[in-house]
Design a protein around this ligand. Structure first.
Ligand code: NAD
Length: 264
């Protein structure tokens, strides 16, 4: 049976890519698209009656089939609203939005105890495999290697550093037994003195239409290792989100699922 899909933020860069792939797929039925009041007219024009279009998720959900899964790539407050809207209704929700506060992430984790929720700051398989191998590199290189992260994104991106850079930073910090928020340095300006031993730089560049570049540096005595991931298009994130949506069908609540759970 095809999985019924609702895309929240369907007029956005990610939302449009997900809708296009879902419409071409034999595994999904695009049942609904939600976007802000100022965008629904544009979405309706693009969809030409292929699915329900609304600026009111709560209302749209009353008309959706039972086997519906939601995908949300919007903004933190909007995704929090989506999570509250699906809670108790049985529809799994896959969130790709980044920029949540620690408090919002805590709330999502709490809701995920009783409701099937999935969140990943990066849905690409490559980044998630990179996350898996980074702790081995950290341990093999040892404490003589300073670790830094640089990310580049298009000029429209609203949060900084990217959610992926922070996730990679957390992976590096965990492998050293540090807490990222205590050792993260995201701005260097003026007479800043020598770099402390316990520091991870997480820096951001913005410009043009760069989909996403993340580079992890290990800088040691006499040498440097750089591990880079370049996203060539938004399709790999969209495919990851659709794969997560299928994986969530029938899944029990219990934890805030993420890509590593799906890959395992
Ligand atoms: P975008 O600005 O192009 O799209 C956001 C969409 O949300 C817009 O269509 C906007 O109108 C809509 N929106 C705003 N308010 C709304 C509301 N109240 N109800 C419904 N829709 C509303 O942004 P984007 O580039 O598509 O990125 C969206 C999010 O996804 C960002 O947080 C970005 O960092 C993140 N992202 C995550 C991944 C990943 O792999 N997890 C990949 C790329 C982007």
């Amino acid at each position: 049976m095809k999985t019924s899909l609702v895309v929240v933020g369907g007029n956005g860069r990610m939302g449009r890519t997900i809708c296009d792939l879902a419409l071409q797929s034999e595994r999904f039925t695009l049942s609904g698209v939600v976007d802000s009041p100022s965008s629904v007219a544009e979405v309706s024009l693009r969809m030409m009656g292929k699915c329900a279009v609304s600026d009111n998720l709560d209302d749209l959900l009353t008309r959706m089939p039972e086997n519906t899964v939601l995908i949300d790539f919007t903004a933190p407050d909007v995704s929090m609203h989506s999570a509250k809207a699906v809670c108790g209704k049985g529809f799994p929700l896959v969130i790709g939005t980044t920029g949540f506060s620690a408090e919002q992430l805590g709330e999502l984790e709490e809701m995920a105890r009783t409701h099937p929720l999935f969140w990943s700051s990066n849905m690409s398989i490559g980044i998630n495999v990179l996350r898996k191998v980074l702790p081995d590199l950290v341990k093999a290189l040892g404490p003589d290697y300073d670790m830094e992260i640089m990310e580049i994104h298009h000029k429209h991106k609203k949060d900084s550093p990217s959610g992926t850079a922070l996730t990679l930073g957390r992976t590096l910090a965990d492998a050293r037994g540090w807490e990222l928020e205590k050792v993260r340095c995201s701005s260097r300006d003026g007479i800043i003195g020598e770099r402390p031993e316990e520091q991870i730089g997480v820096q951001a560049l913005r410009g043009g239409d760069v989909v996403g570049v993340h580079t992890v540096y290990f800088m040691g005595p006499g040498e440097r290792i750089e591990v880079s991931h370049h996203a060539h298009s938004r399709e790999n994130f969209a495919r990851g989100a659709l794969r997560a949506a299928e994986w969530m069908v029938g899944r029990k609540a219990g934890k805030l699922y993420s890509v590593p759970d799906m890959l395992a």
